[in-house]
Write a protein that binds this ligand. Structure first.
Ligand code: URP
Ligand code: ZN
Ligand code: ZN
Length: 466
C-alpha cells in the first residue's frame, strides 16, 4: 500500500523544490517528479515539510502541587493538530528512584495512549552514587540526554557539585546534559523577601526571578560544561544576557559543544502580562518568566544567526480554573500567593503556526530555517536524524502538508490542548497544517482527527554526536 503526496513544494532545512513524496508503509521511499501511488494526498499550493519535533514537553507531570493537564493522548492529539509528530518529554526522577525506574514510570504513562512518536530525557533530581553509576546506561535505554535543574530549590534543584559530577560522567559517555539555568538559591531569597513584604500577586513571580539570575546561571553552566568537557544544551533561554553567555561560548570555539533553545512563547510576552487584571496574569506564570520587548528582538536575532539552534515549547499546561468539573487543580492554587501558582504554560499546538506567521512571513527567518529550528535540528541534536526531521527516502513518513495561506484564529475553544486557556487567545495566524502524517498514517486531515491512541512509538535515540 503506497501513498503519494502530490504536487507540493518540499521544504527541508537545506532545500526548497517542487516534488512528489512517495510513502510505502511507514517510510518515505522516493522524492521526485511524476510519482504515483495507491492513494493520493493533494499538496498543490502547499509546502511538504518534516513533522515538527518538540524536544521540551511535560505531559502528565506531577508539579506545583498538581499534575500537568495534558496526558500522552490529549497532548499528542494537540501536537498533531499543530503539525508536530514527535516530542521528547522529561521523565522526572522521584527521590530515591533509579533512572530505569524513572523511565519505567514514564513509559507507563505513554502506554496505550501515545498517538505520535516520542522519546524521553531523564531529569535527575537525586544523583546518588548508584544513579551516577547508572547514568551511562541511559544510552542503552535510548535516552541519551539528562536534565538538571539549577532552580526550584527544595524540589528539583541540584547544587553545582552535583551538576558538575553529572557533567563529568556525561562527557565520558556521550550523554547530552540539559540545564534549566536560573540561580535557584537567590530566587529563593527574593521570593521569601517578597512574601514577607506582602507582595503576593502573580507579577511578583517575574520580579523575583530577574533575567540577570538566568544569565548568571547560564554562564556558570557553560563554564562548568567547558571544564568537564560535556556537551551542554540550555533549555528555555529567555533573554539577551543568557543568550550572550551562549553566543560567547560558541564564538570561542565551542559551537560543537554548547547549544541552546528558546520556546515560542518567549518571542511574544513580557513580564507585564503577569500584571493583567485580577488573577489573569497567573496564566503567564512559567519559569524562567517572560522578560521584555528588547529580549524578543534578541531572541529573533539568536534564532536567525544560529546562536539558538532549536525552538521548542516547554508545553506544561495547567487549568486556569482547575479543581472543578473533574479537572485536576490548576492555576487557582496560587490565588493567595504567586509562590503557589503551578509554573508552566500550554503551547505544543501553536508552535509551528506562530513561528511561520511571525518568523517566516515577516522575513525574520527563512522557510528552511523554520524547518531546521522546529524539526531538523531537534532530530540532529537529539539523536534521531535522519530517521526523523527531514523529507528524504529512508526517513519515517512523518510529514506535514502545510497550507501557507490558511487563516486560523487561535482560541482555547478550538485548539486541542486539555486546558481552558491559550496565551494566544484571539490571535490570527496565517499558515497551518492541512494534512499530518505520522509513519505514513494520516493523523489529521482538513481539521479532522483521524489518529489513534496507542500507535505512537518510543524512539530509541542515538548517543550525542553520533
Ligand atoms: O514553568 C515551567 N517552565 N514549567 C515546567 C518545568 C520547567 O521548568 O521546565
Ligand atoms: Zn525548566
Ligand atoms: Zn520545561
Amino acid at each position: 500500500m503506497t501513498t503519494v503526496i502530490k504536487g507540493g513544494t518540499v521544504v527541508t532545512a537545506g532545500d526548497t523544490f517542487a516534488a512528489d513524496v512517495l510513502v510505502a508503509g511507514e517510510q518515505i521511499v522516493a522524492v521526485g517528479r511524476g510519482l504515483s501511488g495507491d492513494t493520493i494526498i493533494d499538496a498543490s499550493g502547499a509546502y511538504v515539510i518534516p513533522g515538527g519535533i518538540d524536544v521540551h514537553t511535560h505531559l502528565d507531570m506531577p508539579f506545583g502541587g498538581t499534575v500537568s493537564s495534558d496526558d500522552f493522548f490529549t497532548g499528542h492529539r494537540a501536537a498533531a493538530f499543530g503539525g508536530t509528530t514527535m516530542h521528547i518529554d522529561f521523565a522526572i526522577q522521584p527521590k530515591g528512584a533509579s533512572l530505569r525506574e524513572t523511565l519505567d514510570l514514564w513509559h507507563a504513562k505513554a502506554a496505550g495512549k501515545a498517538a505520535i512518536d516520542y522519546g524521553f530525557h531523564v531529569a535527575i533530581t537525586d544523583l546518588t552514587d548508584a544513579v551516577l553509576a547508572e547514568l551511562p546506561q541511559s544510552i542503552a535505554y535510548g535516552v541519551p540526554s539528562v536534565k538538571l535543574f539549577m532552580a526550584y530549590k527544595g524540589v528539583l534543584q541540584v547544587d553545582d557539585a552535583t551538576l558538575f559530577r553529572a557533567m563529568q560522567q556525561a562527557a565520558r559517555h556521550k550523554v547530552l546534559i540539559m540545564v534549566h539555568a536560573e540561580n535557584g538559591d537567590v530566587i529563593d531569597l527574593l521570593v521569601k523577601d517578597a512574601l514577607a513584604a506582602g507582595k503576593l500577586a502573580p507579577k511578583y513571580h517575574a520580579l523575583t526571578r530577574p533575567p540577570e539570575l538566568e544569565a548568571e546561571a547560564t554562564a556558570r553552566a557553560v563554564r562548568l560544561a567547558e571544564v568537564a568537557g560535556a556537551p551542554l544544551y540550555v533549555v528555555h533561554l529567555t533573554n539577551a544576557g543568557a543568550l550572550e553567555a551562549v553566543r560567547l561560548a560558541r564564538a570561542r570555539g565551542l559551537s560543537h559543544q554548547i547549544f541552546a533553545e528558546t520556546c515560542s512563547q518567549y518571542f511574544f510576552f513580557t513580564k507585564d502580562d503577569l500584571d493583567r487584571e485580577g488573577f489573569e496574569g497567573a496564566k503567564w506564570v512559567c519559569s524562567p518568566p517572560f522578560r521584555s520587548a528588547g529580549d524578543h528582538a534578541a531572541l529573533w536575532q539568536g534564532v536567525a544567526d544560529n546562536s539558538l539552534q532549536i525552538v521548542s515549547t516547554d508545553h506544561c499546561p495547567f487549568w486556569f480554573a482547575g479543581g472543578v468539573q473533574g479537572r485536576v487543580p490548576g492555576k487557582e492554587l496560587g490565588r493567595a500567593s504567586f509562590a503557589q501558582i503551578p509554573n508552566g504554560c500550554p503551547g505544543i499546538e501553536e508552535r509551528l503556526m506562530l513561528l511561520y506567521t511571525h518568523g517566516v512571513r515577516t522575513g525574520r527567518i527563512s522557510l528552511n530555517r523554520w524547518v531546521e529550528l522546529c524539526a531538523t535540528n531537534p532530530a540532529k541534536l537529539f539523536g534521531c536524524y535522519p530517521r526523523k526531521g527531514t523529507v528524504a527516502p529512508g526517513a519515517d513518513a512523518d510529514v506535514v502538508v502545510w497550507d501557507p495561506e490558511a487563516r486560523r484564529t487561535l482560541s482555547a475553544a478550538t485548539l486541542h490542548q486539555n486546558t481552558d486557556y491559550s496565551l494566544y487567545e484571539g490571535w490570527e495566524v496565517v499558515g497551518a497544517p492541512r494534512t499530518v502524517l505520522s509513519r505514513g498514517r494520516v493523523l489529521v486531515d482538513d481539521g479532522q482527527w483521524r489518529g489513534e491512541a496507542g500507535v505512537g512509538q518510543f524512539i530509541h535515540r542515538q548517543p550525542f554526536g553520533r
